[in-house]
Design a protein around this ligand. Structure first.
Ligand code: WT7
Length: 675
């Protein structure tokens, strides 16, 4: 295997260690002794460990028969035979307790409008909407696509779908109509739940019109579209297909006040969530009901140290797994108060988030390094305007957090009092896998920490041999199944095997696709993806997806996309494009703009290349594989000191390097003339 980026050697040397305060440790749900006990228990009696927590944490309509059915690996099935309902676990049990009038969701908009829904209110809303879905003919196992802004109705739609045993698939509201269409074609939903639009950066952004666009040229017929009136604009409603949410919810024939929760089997899919891989098409990650719910609950308690008096804010959009697990299911199943914010961190001012923390007295904040870096760059004065003393715990997710951002988060936001948990996990893992526990372990800036109790992870070489040298990197694997693992890829069992299990077939390891190193304390240092997947602002984007989008443009013959390190977004997308014969290159800037917009239209703004470089040829091996590692060096402006002997045509490289130098010189010229 060739040298991979940041893979074999680790350049990051970070020795600082931060212990939780005595006060935090004393009050923590899990202290050091308890952590040791849990780890030992899981090692010695793995089944007993999971049985205990599954029985204790979940409300079952029918008890499961065994902990794990491993008769058909890698299709592991946890708690088979058990019957439960996720919405019952998130709502019904709380309204039968003192939590009935506790805030379930605190929602706020950019302009400061606030809505607070108690558990009782959320329960009624979900029941009514579940009945609406039933009246529209949605049944157990049917798919429901949710394409919504960050408003409470999005959570209502998810829980209502779960209540009737349907399978929801939330599509991020920032995705284009084309991206939505792909997901509709794959999931084949009976209904799409959307809104007229959402608010972002002070502007109303239409959503329903994108649904209409997606529905043109669809290979498949969606019966209904339910539209939440939110931005209050006139939009086109197709008779007999499109219905206003508010109309249905105020119609007593549709929205009766109680809906019996469907008792589903533990492994009945709760949802599908699409994520990017190294191949072109996004993969529909399928999650279970029982195992998924159990692990989101346990990690809420262990990692986020959640207590009844906490106000918990996970800033992720519900369109991502983080929003599913720690914006909706985890907090609600635990009876916690979860905050939902519709908007960007910097509007109307860069103090918006800190204003929210103070206004709602938020205790636990969970966000991504990209947001931390962006807010850090705007300066401390925005933070210092607000009283952030309510914050007692901070979390990070999505990509490795650089020590500088970690320190800023720790000192400026947490005032050196709040521990930081850096949680490593994936859409596929459903919940946290590697992290420190805030009251039990010390944190090291830049390291995620250790596998959670019950989770078994390791670093191995390409043969699957464990690497014991603390300075040597390798591949991150999960060596035992875990309850919140994906069930499969929707409609593609073979791909599920190929992507995650083929690589270490003989060992039975799950291959995560990340490079990592394990230090002498057993702490994991994640070194980023080893496949052709980019991580832009904490979101995975497949290089193939962007390349396909580019090639679908009439100018483009061939494209190669790589990531370049970026201070704010972690990675920025750089595209090398070979134009079709006869395309006039004189309109360079205009063409670049056109292509960037084209990608935005095809996938969404997060996939828009930051830079597009036109070239006559791409560096390829003799067998025709594009040598991306060389392009990465060029994109980053690095000297190429890698093996180029397999190149088919070495002159391509010189030309590209020359091209890049010229571009940089031009950029510098422009920059200095702008000053
Ligand atoms: C990939 C998964 C899980 C929610 C967010 C992203 C990277 C995630 C960390 C972390 C270093 C991280 C990995 C992983 N990643 N968390 N704490 N430290 N890297 O979910 O889109 O499924 O992406 O994000 O590369 O494989 P996702």
């Amino acid at each position: 295997m060739g040298k991979q980026r940041g893979f074999i050697e680790s350049k990051l040397k970070e020795n600082r260690v931060f212990y939780p305060s005595i006060d935090f440790a004393q009050k923590a749900n899990i202290d050091t002794d308890e952590l040791e006990r849990l780890k030992k228990w899981a090692e010695m009696d793995w089944e007993g460990f999971w049985r205990y927590f599954a029985v204790k944490k979940i409300h079952w309509f029918k008890r499961f028969e065994e902990v794990l059915d491993d008769s058909n690996p890698p299709f592991f099935r946890f708690f088979p035979g058990g019957k439960l309902n996720a919405s019952y676990n998130c709502l019904d049990r709380h309204i039968k307790s003192w939590r009935k009038n506790k805030a379930a969701i605190i929602w706020e908009s950019e302009n400061g409008e606030t809505r607070i829904m108690t558990y009782q209110e959320l329960y009624i809303e979900v029941n009514k909407f579940a009945n609406v879905l039933k009246t529209l003919g949605i049944k157990k196992g049917d798919r429901v696509i949710i394409y919504m802004p960050m408003i409470p109705e999005a959570a209502v739609a998810m829980l209502a779908s779960a209540r009737i045993g349907a399978i929801h698939s939330v599509v991020f509201g920032g995705f284009s109509s084309e991206a939505l269409r792909d997901r509709i074609n794959d999931a084949k939903p009976k209904v799409i739940i959307t809104a007229d639009g959402g608010f972002r950066n002070g502007k109303a952004i239409p959503l329903k019109s994108k649904v209409d666009e997606a529905m043109e040229e669809l290979d498949y017929k969606v019966d209904y579209v339910v539209v939440v009136r939110h931005i209050d604009r006139d939009i086109h409603m197709k008779p007999l297909r499109d219905f206003w949410y508010q109309d249905l919810m105020s119609d007593p024939d549709y929205a009766q006040i109680y809906c019996h929760p469907e008792a589903v089997e533990s492994n009945n899919p709760l949802f599908i969530l699409y994520t990017s891989g190294s191949t072109g098409k996004p993969k529909g990650i399928v999650h279970s009901t029982a195992g998924y719910l159990l692990w989101t609950m346990l990690t809420m308690k262990w990692v986020f140290d959640i207590k009844d008096e906490d106000t918990f804010w996970c800033t992720a959009d519900i369109g991502w797994i983080t929003g599913h697990s720690y914006g909706v299911y985890g907090p609600l199943a635990m009876g916690a108060t979860t905050v939902m914010y519709e908007g960007v961190p910097t509007y109307p001012t860069p103090a918006k988030w800190w204003e929210l923390v103070e206004k709602h007295s938020i205790n636990i904040l969970y966000t991504a390094p990209t947001a931390i870096r962006a807010l850090m760059r705007l300066g401390n004065e925005w933070v210092l305007k607000h009283n952030l003393t309510s914050l007692r715990l901070l979390g990070s997710v999505g990509e490795p957090i650089n020590p500088e951002a970690w320190m800023w988060y720790y000192t400026t936001i947490g005032n050196e009092r709040a521990p930081i948990v850096d949680t490593w996990w994936q859409t596929e893992t459903g919940g946290h896998m590697i992290t420190t526990l805030p009251g039990a372990q010390a944190a090291k800036p830049g390291s995620a920490g250790t596998p959670l109790p019950g989770i078994f992870a390791d670093v191995v070489d390409t043969e699957g041999k464990k690497i014991n040298d603390p300075d040597k990197g390798g591949l991150l694997v999960i060596t035992k199944p875990w309850p919140s693992m994906l069930l499969t890829i929707w409609g593609d069992d073979k791909k599920y095997i190929d992507v995650y299990w083929k690589k270490f077939e003989d060992k039975g390891y799950y291959f995560a696709g990340d490079g990592a190193r394990k230090d002498s304390d057993g702490y994991f240092w994640i070194m980023g993806r080893v496949d052709d997947v980019l991580n832009v602002s904490g979101h995975r984007i497949g290089t193939m997806e962007v390349e396909s989008a580019l090639v679908s443009h009439r100018y483009v013959a061939e494209a190669a996309v790589v990531g370049r390190p970026d201070e704010i977004t972690g990675e920025a997308i750089v595209a090398f494009v070979v134009l079709k014969e006869g395309v006039d290159k004189s309109r360079h800037d205009e063409m670049v703009r056109e292509l960037r917009e084209h990608v935005q239209k095809q996938i969404g703004p997060i996939a828009k290349p930051q830079e597009i470089i036109f070239t006559d040829a791409l560096p390829k091996t003799r067998s025709g594989k594009i040598m991306r590692r060389l392009l990465r060096d060029i994109a980053a402006g690095r000297q190429i000191n890698q093996d180029t002997s397999t190149l088919e045509d070495a002159t391509v490289l010189d030309k590209l390097t020359e091209l890049k130098q010229k571009l940089e010189e031009e950029m510098n010229k422009n920059n200095s003339s702008n000053k």
